[in-house]
Design a protein around this ligand. Structure first.
Ligand code: SF4
Length: 330
């Protein structure tokens, strides 16, 4: 082992004892050279294997209600400000939602994620969402995650009682940088929603989008803030410049950058489900299977307004790389 390989091994030791990464550790990981990328993957895999073995959870998104959102999140094609009319459709018919749930179940999805655009729910929408969740749960033994914006504790309880396992509400970036990507609500509003969901016993999925102009120093904040809200699951998205986006300082990562970021989140959040998310296929390219060394979870079949690889391709990749598709046990 050379000096840097030893440092990476020490970082995985540190992760295995639950010690948070320091600013220096994060800089070290992000500046790893090409000659050490395999050692970095090994360090991340050591941690991943301790908590998740070789299991991979497949997640399938259903964009149940899309677009026309009042918020101005600069990265999002569903913001009314994006002008992206192609991203707009109303709440789908129950028949269509159940057909998508069946497809996800048949493709061995561990979790089906139902996504609704907009700032917050309102009574009629929450009743509709609860009905949809009950119908899916009666038919298909999959975990259900809902993403539907700002959530009160009372609404969180209704979702929990309808059978929702997990609520998604991304922090997206650090508190320091949040004002650069959204001005219509605050970082603190997001934290409050997560607390409301957690208080009724919902698991928390809260992720980030990297490549929107944040600095390496923001990664330390993101990791600390995700720890602070107690995220059970962290989707790591790579920014995709969708039509109408208004992110000013974006940068497109190369495949090795993507692996470094995923390893950083694994080492920084050792026991958390880390999901290689939007941009996985686009940016990792032929290194796509390597994301399984840090990440224990993937999306397949696309990301809200952007397509992705097929469920069959994802399953093949997992199995050919020697990993195992994890199913829900009931
Ligand atoms: S991220 Fe959510 S809240 Fe923000 S514009 Fe998109 S749909 Fe609306």
């Amino acid at each position: 082992m050379n000096g840097n390989d030893k440092i990476l091994h020490v970082l995985s030791d540190k992760a295995l004892t639950g010690e948070p990464l320091s600013q220096e550790d994060i800089r070290f990981v992000m500046n790893v050279g090409q000659e050490e990328i395999l050692s970095l993957l090994q360090a991340a895999y050591r941690v991943r294997y301790r908590y998740f073995g070789n299991n991979v959870r497949i997640h399938v998104l259903d964009n149940v209600e899309s677009g026309a959102c009042s918020e101005d999140c600069a990265y999002c094609g569903q913001s009314a400000e994006s002008g992206n009319r192609d991203a707009v459709h109303p709440f789908k018919e129950i028949k269509a939602i159940l057909a998508e749930a069946k497809q996800a179940y048949d493709a061995q999805a561990f979790r089906h994620c139902l996504v609704f655009s907009g700032k917050e729910l309102g009574e009629a929408r929450i009743e509709n969402i609860c009905r949809v969740v009950r119908e899916i749960k009666e038919r298909f033994p999959m975990q259900i995650c809902v993403s539907a914006g700002i959530l009160s504790e009372a609404d969180a309880l209704k979702l929990k009682q309808a059978g929702v396992n997990r609520y998604n509400h991304n922090l997206n970036t650090s508190s320091r940088y949040y004002g650069e990507i959204c001005t219509t609500h605050l970082f603190e509003d997001r934290v409050r929603t997560i607390k409301n969901a957690k208080s009724v016993g919902l698991e928390i999925c809260s992720g980030v989008i990297v490549g929107m102009g944040e600095t390496i120093d923001d990664y330390k904040l993101m990791l600390d803030e995700l720890r602070g809200v107690g995220a059970d699951s962290v989707p790591v998205n790579f920014f995709i410049p969708v039509p109408g986006h208004r992110v000013r300082n974006f940068s497109l990562p190369d495949p090795v950058d993507c692996l470094k970021i995923l390893c950083l989140f694994r080492l920084g959040l050792p026991e958390t489900e880390i999901r290689a998310s939007a941009g996985r296929e686009k940016y990792l390219k032929s290194l796509n299977p390597f994301c399984l060394y840090p990440a224990n979870s993937l999306f397949t079949k696309g990301y809200l307004t952007v397509g992705g690889e097929s469920m069959e391709q994802t399953r093949e990749m997992i199995e050919e790389a020697g990993f195992v598709v994890e199913r829900v046990e009931y």
